[in-house]
Design a protein around this ligand. Structure first.
Ligand code: 4AD
Ligand code: MG
Length: 448
């Protein structure tokens, strides 16, 4: 038998009234006397296997009765349509083979504390909620790749070892690099994406980014995945439109392809169905004015702490309290653009009409999702860029190659980064970002 002939729970509808074999793990078992129900999960779904004494040998029936949670088995039986069974089909079991009996599986159907679960992340991934979040994550990754691959973009991987900082020096992870001194783990593939965009026009990098973030919030990881498109001849307006189109595409893809997972997660999909485009846009200055002038509550509770959101001075960066207050008025993501230069990265393009402002944008998500996307038009004037590098006290030598991009055919160009786990958290409604990546890396966690 070829591996292609293997049957999975998600294929059962195609095999009604046929004898099939399923391989998987015992998710749950109940029953009494002559009747046992084994809930088998195989990664694609769960199916109920009905085991009736007499339909298999007595010895096998006794073995079935003694199966424990997460024991691994092969089940043979006829597929029967049954509306009442989870998934709509069940297996009329005729044979069971045991791969291994699991003893004392630590995660039981009872409630466990957060720290217990995260310590057992390698097993927690098998739970139905985590399984559903991981499937949605994979769907979002596919949607992202499809979106770019189908609109003229080329995937260009950026290096993880870098000689310099992209998003500021305060959150760099350092490592020794042979005789060449220190290297840093990449905070963003952007600078390299700019170089490849000058070769291929429209590119995207999709990979991990590393930030030695001291923030212990529900939205920060020290290792997260980011997709970063970079486009020659795009201005900030084009950049925001692309970010919006990507976001609408992802949400629609998940709604179309992950109904079951969203159901498992009890996600209110009416909220996601509202993500259809025409996202509101506010300049930073308008957003500050709105925060100061509106009669919104002064105090916001963020991660259990009271924070004052007003008065808010022009020139400061928004924190989660301001972002959440601003977003309460919107059902869709919102762009904030034209930020003060002093709070943004060195590479962002100065507004030719107002040198206190850069052509930057953030996309904030609804439902307290926070910042999902950060991006900008890039500084294409070599003198202004050199001045910014000096001002930030970065080492000019490290950036010579990057400055070359402004020497040899400099063009207006733009790009952005979308945080994958933030997007997964928003779309799945997960309560913490650590549930949105298979193995989260946080300040106090590197195992498992
Ligand atoms: O706003 P950021 O720092 O932008 C950049 O890195 C740019 N170089 C991107 C670009 O223009 N090519 O990060 C982009 C996004 C954020 O909006 C957020 O979604 C996510 O990356 N992000 C994080 N996600 C999880 N944990 C962290 N510590 C994150 N830091 C940023
Ligand atoms: Mg940002």
């Amino acid at each position: 038998m070829s591996y292609k002939d293997k049957v999975y729970v998600e294929d059962l509808a195609k095999h009604i009234d046929q004898e099939v074999e399923l391989n998987g793990w015992v998710y749950n078992k109940r029953g009494k006397g002559k009747l046992q129900f084994i809930l088998l999960r195989d990664g694609t779904g769960t199916a109920q296997c009905v085991v009736i004494k007499g339909n298999l040998s007595d010895e096998m029936f006794e073995e079935a009765k003694s199966l424990t949670q997460e024991s691994s088995i092969k089940v043979k039986g006829k597929v029967v349509a049954n509306e009442k069974a989870p998934g709509g089909y069940e297996l009329d079991t005729s044979n069971i083979e045991i791969y291994q009996i699991s003893k004392d599986y630590p995660i039981t159907p009872k409630e466990h504390g957060d720290s217990f679960l995260i310590e057992h992340r390698h097993l927690w991934l098998r739970s139905s909620r985590q399984h559903a979040i991981m499937r949605v994550r994979a769907a979002i990754q596919k949607a992202i790749r499809d979106f770019f691959d189908n609109s003229g973009f080329k995937l260009m991987d950026s290096p993880m070892f870098t000689p310099n900082a992209c998003e500021g020096t305060s959150t760099l992870f350092e490592t020794e690099y042979f005789d060449l001194g220190k290297a840093f783990l990449s905070q963003s593939g952007q600078l390299y994406a700019e170089a490849t965009a000058m070769s291929l026009g429209r590119v995207y990098t999709f990979g991990p980014a590393f930030r030695a973030e001291k923030s212990k919030t529900r939205k920060h990881l020290t290792e997260f995945w980011m997709v970063e498109p970079e486009m020659a001849f795009f201005d900030l307006e084009d950049n925001m439109q692309l970010a919006e189109d990507l976001t609408v595409y992802i949400v629609k893809y998940v709604l179309d392809n992950c109904q079951k997972d969203l159901e498992t997660l009890e996600r209110d999909i009416t909220k996601l169905e509202k993500i259809t485009g025409n996202f509101p846009r506010l300049s930073y200055t308008e957003a500050v004015k709105w925060l100061n002038d509106n009669d919104i509550p002064l105090i916001k509770k963020i991660d259990g702490e009271d924070v004052e959101i007003r008065p808010f001075p022009w020139g400061e960066d928004f924190g989660a309290p301001q972002e959440e207050a601003l977003m309460e008025q919107f059902d869709q993501p919102c762009f904030i653009y034209d930020y003060p230069a002093d709070i943004k990265a060195f590479y962002m393009k100065r507004d030719p009409e107002n040198n206190k402002v850069v052509k930057a944008m953030d996309m904030l998500g609804p439902e307290k999702a926070g910042e999902l996307i950060g991006g900008s038009q890039r500084e294409d004037d070599i003198e202004l860029l050199e001045a910014r590098i000096k001002h930030e006290e970065l080492d000019m030598d490290d950036f010579q190659w990057y400055l070359d991009l402004r020497k040899y055919g400099s063009v207006p160009h733009s790009g952005f980064g979308m945080g994958l786990e933030r997007t997964v958290k928003w779309i799945t409604g997960a309560k913490h970002i650590r549930e949105c990546i298979p193995f989260p890396r946080m300040i106090h966690r590197i195992i498992p």
